[in-house]
Design a protein around this ligand. Sequence first.
Ligand SMILES: [Zn+2]
Length: 324
Amino acid sequence: MSEVHRFLFDGMPVRGAIVRLTDAWQEVLRRRASDREKGDFPAPLQDLLGEMSAAAVLMQSNIKFNGALVLQIAGDGPVKLAVVEVQNDLGLRATATVQGDIAPQESLSQMVNQHGTGRCAITLDPSDRLPGQQPYQGVVPLMDADGKFDDLSRILQHYMRQSEQLDTTLVLAANNEVAAGLLIQRLPGQGQGNLAGQGAGDEAAGEEDYQRLAILASSLKREELLALDVNTVLHRLFWQEPLLRFAPDQSDRRPHFHCTCSRERVAKMLLGLGEAEVQSVLAEQGQVDVGCDFCSARYVFDRVDVGALFQTGQIQSRSDSPLH
Ligand SMILES: [Zn+2]
């Protein structure tokens, strides 16, 4: 079962979280495989998308925010776009757009950053967003002055430092069964530059604590993260540290597969395209068949559906197709 656990270190300005996606991640892969046209993700892309899924769940579970967290990489290699979306209740979906071949041992740079123009973006899209209101988005390149990043954890650590001013250590790993991640983050300094706040000594001690915990976290090997259960990982890494676990009372916030597509949304999209455009598809193909990239659901609109849609401006309920 997929799970995420959050924790703190007593008396230290450091928080952490560990995630292990099993059923939720396998469902992402199963949905993709069920689309015969696209088929399975090539292995290196599958692993990247799994790591992105684990990271996005870690980040979503770490913030107080009512809306979707979208982690995406816009690539300049065969992977044009890789995207993971995690809702506030940790419902997640993921997909990628590929043009061209991906070799079995292809590196991250080869997939998404061949020419150094790949980008990583994190978007926070509030569920109560007003019309015209832009969601919050931060973007970083997939390289720094020292060169291209060759794994996702480095990209995201860079993002956290650049975009959020948060020192973060991430260990991420995925295969075709498990997507897992460990996050250690230094809490923003309390009362910095504030006489009533922490003194310089506390600041230095906090830095020391963070560095020590970050080194411990980084010692975790990918194979261990994939194979071991959460309790074993935390015990192995931090048995000498005052780890405080949050009670696992978040059964309503368990990571799970969830796609937000629906017939209504597709209908809205068709209305946005305009009647002439949709009628021309209808004339050419006999029906309008729209597939969801994330979950491979298909939404079919025949002549009657399309006529009714543009006449009334809304979707007619159909007894022969399940409305989501
Ligand atoms: Zn869908």
